[in-house]
Design a protein around this ligand. Structure first.
Ligand code: RAT
Ligand code: ZN
Length: 432
């Protein structure tokens, strides 16, 4: 048995052999629990918002978009099907009649494999039987453990009916799940927000005057008290401008940032989405566009006391996001979002970030919507991040500076949890 002192000495040993370096890194990455900083997963307490099992997995909007690449079926015919029929159809089309080469299809394979289910099955009978026979709570624990995720941040828009009903019923979510207060309706769809605010009893007018600002503030205070979010967030279109002569800028300046300041909350800016590029695809119909980095730079410069998390959807924005983070230390880049969450691009972005800002970023979030997606999204992310870090440490070694296992553990913990928890002042599930 190794004594504590000997163990410490071992961990402090310089890793001058690349094989050993890789081994220690793989171990650290496998064992370090991640905080999943942005998902759409909900715990069981949220009833119909809790998605799990093969039918929810196969009807993920990433796969719905892909199935139309390999069928002549019309959108209308597809939407007339029940959820189970859609899942059968997607399985048959993308997994039986075609090889699941894309990232989203491979994700399903990874999940089935994690549960020892047949990845080449002709139909979904075995998978359905497996998922329906699981005890939901034990299954949730098993998924989080397999994914090695300690904490999950949800997306919670208080204008969303089902969210509203659940929170108003006074639920206490599973302690590993944390809210993020999503501001999309408020900042991107002001007319709908006005109706929603009125129906929740807030006295707002369409014109943004002082009284309306105060009422929105009261609305945010109420929801912050109820949800105890770890940050506030908004997804922004590719043509987002700041400052601009519009409601969004006014709301950000007069209401959102003062609220963030008062409650010590970061604001996550998720830039570059183009909603409804093909409405026939419904939730699968969103696209992307290159956003204007100067909007992000200006907001960071205008509010040096505020803290911003930022992710951008276009590959073309990634390098400038790193450069912006070098200029503004109130800016934390996070994740490889949505259409970027593919090994080739995650690898490129992670390398770029390591080269430009060292270990001072949050490399990935899952964006999972269905519980078991946590398994594939994190397994795939860990493989790519391992490669990027390995190459980085190996280059450092070649330059004459070996690292120790302790340093590897420190870096991986920072990347997978520490950077985020420090940024948002988050104490995690253990202390709630
Ligand atoms: O990745 C996704 O599932 C997208 O549909 C969006 O939800 C996106 O991540 C967002 O948060 O707006
Ligand atoms: Zn998302």
């Amino acid at each position: 048995m190794i004594s504590v002192v000997e163990g410490q000495a071992l961990q402090a040993e310089l890793l001058t052999d690349k094989g050993n370096l890789r081994q220690q890194l793989e171990l650290a990455i496998r064992k370090t629990p991640a905080i999943d900083v942005h998902t759409h997963v909900h715990p069981l307490e949220f009833d119909s918002l809790f998605l799990s099992g093969i039918d929810d997995l196969l009807t993920y909007h990433y796969l719905i978009a892909e199935v139309f690449r390999s069928t002549d079926l019309s959108h209308a015919q597809f939407w007339r099907m029940t959820k189970l029929e859609r899942a059968d159809f997607i399985w048959k089309t993308l997994f039986v009649e075609n090889t699941p080469l894309s990232e989203a299809t491979r994700g399903i394979v990874t999940i089935l494999n994690a549960f020892n289910l047949d990845t080449r099955a002709e139909n979904l009978a075995e998978a359905r039987e497996f998922f329906s026979s699981q005890d939901p709570r034990e299954h949730l624990d098993r998924v989080l453990e397999t994914a090695c995720v300690s904490d999950v941040v949800m997306t919670n828009d208080p204008f969303h009916d089902q969210e509203l009903v659940t929170w108003q019923a006074g639920i206490e979510p599973d302690a590993r799940f944390h809210a993020s207060l999503r501001l999309d309706t408020l900042l991107n769809d002001w007319p709908t927000a006005v109706d929603g605010l009125k129906s929740q009893g807030f006295n707002v007018s369409t014109t943004l005057n002082t009284e309306t600002h105060l009422e929105i503030r009261r609305f945010l205070d109420k929801w912050i008290l109820r949800m105890r979010p770890v940050y506030m967030a908004v997804s922004l279109p590719a043509d987002f401008e700041y400052p601009a002569d519009d409601e969004r800028t006014q709301l950000i300046r007069e209401v959102i940032l003062p609220t963030a300041h008062e409650h010590n909350l970061s604001l996550a800016l998720m830039m570059g989405v183009r909603r409804g590029v093909n409405p026939a695809l419904r939730a699968a119909g969103d696209g992307l566009g290159k956003a204007d980095i100067t909007a992000l730079e200006r907001i960071c410069a205008d509010y040096p006391e505020a803290k911003f998390l930022a992710t951008m959807l276009s590959r073309e924005n990634q390098h400038e996001l790193c450069v912006a983070a070098r200029k503004f230390n109130n800016l934390m880049p996070f994740g490889c979002w949505w259409f970027l969450n593919n090994p080739s691009i995650v690898s490129e972005i992670t390398n770029e970030r390591l080269e430009l800002i060292g270990p001072s970023f949050v490399p990935q979030h899952s964006d999972a919507r269905v519980l078991e997606q946590l398994i594939y999204k994190w397994q795939h992310a860990r493989i790519v991040i391992t490669e990027s870090l390995y190459e980085t440490y190996a280059r450092l070694l070649d330059s004459g500076r070996p690292v120790t296992s302790n340093e590897i553990v420190r870096d991986v913990s920072r990347l997978f949890a520490g950077n985020f928890s420090k940024w948002v002042d988050f104490s995690g599930s253990t202390t709630r």
